[in-house]
Design a protein around this ligand. Structure first.
Ligand code: FES
Length: 216
């Protein structure tokens, strides 16, 4: 039997910080970009989801210790993503860390490419899902070597493979790469198109097709 605690390698009485730290370590180890299998990656995602998302409103259910994730027909669900273009945040004078940011966006009558929702399948990165639904989000290298595809994570979890361009401090603040980031929670709120954010300036490469597409 493999419980969510076993998968993350934490005790049943681990607190939220311990679980988050363990998850980040495990997801790096099993990430498909680092040679891990998709099955193992999904298992770690599922374990983290069970220990956090399914338990937001109360104490962690000790019965989770007897859940066998490998036996369970958990079937990975698509992740619901609410997205917002940073240009809108800037134009309206909003802040990335505003707790009401997405409520404001929902009430602002924005265009469908500026603000909206999309579903990300378990086998898709966030950028792949956006492109698959017809959106032209920014990117350049698609290999973890630039911040062109960076997004700001306002809620939820997006995997962060090892050896990426983003320093720990930016990752701690919620910045992630969309080209190799797989959703690790049932819901995400993200701000994309961060190219004008000063702290990412030095991490940008010449743009990929996004900016060319915009200027065509
Ligand atoms: S496009 Fe360069 S890291 Fe994602």
């Amino acid at each position: 039997m493999v419980s969510p605690f076993d998968v993350l390698g934490v005790d049943v009485d681990a607190d939220d910080d311990e679980i988050r730290r363990a998850y980040r370590e495990r997801i790096k180890q099993v990430h498909p970009d680092q040679g891990g299998s998709l099955e193992e990656f999904q298992l770690v995602r599922r374990a983290y989801s069970q220990l956090t998302e399914d338990d937001r409103n109360g104490d962690r259910d000790e019965d989770l210790a007897s859940v066998d994730l490998r036996e369970e027909d958990a079937g990975m669900r698509a992740t619901r993503v609410e997205f917002l273009d940073y240009e809108v945040v800037d134009d309206y004078g909003w802040s990335l860390t505003d707790p009401d940011l997405f409520e404001k966006a929902a009430e602002a009558d924005l265009g469908e490419t500026d603000y909206g929702r999309l579903l990300v399948e378990p086998t898709e990165t966030l950028l792949e899902a956006a492109e698959g639904r017809g959106f032209t989000w920014p990117f350049s290298c698609r290999g973890g070597a630039c911040a062109n595809c960076a997004v700001y994570l306002a809620a939820g979890e997006l995997s962060q493979p090892a050896n990426t361009i983003l320093p720990e401090e930016l990752a701690e603040r919620g910045f992630r790469l969309s080209c190799n980031g797989y959703p690790a929670s049932d819901r995400l709120q993200i701000v994309f198109n961060l190219k004008t954010l000063p702290e990412l300036d030095d991490l940008m490469l010449p743009p990929g097709p996004f900016r060319r597409a915009q200027s065509d």
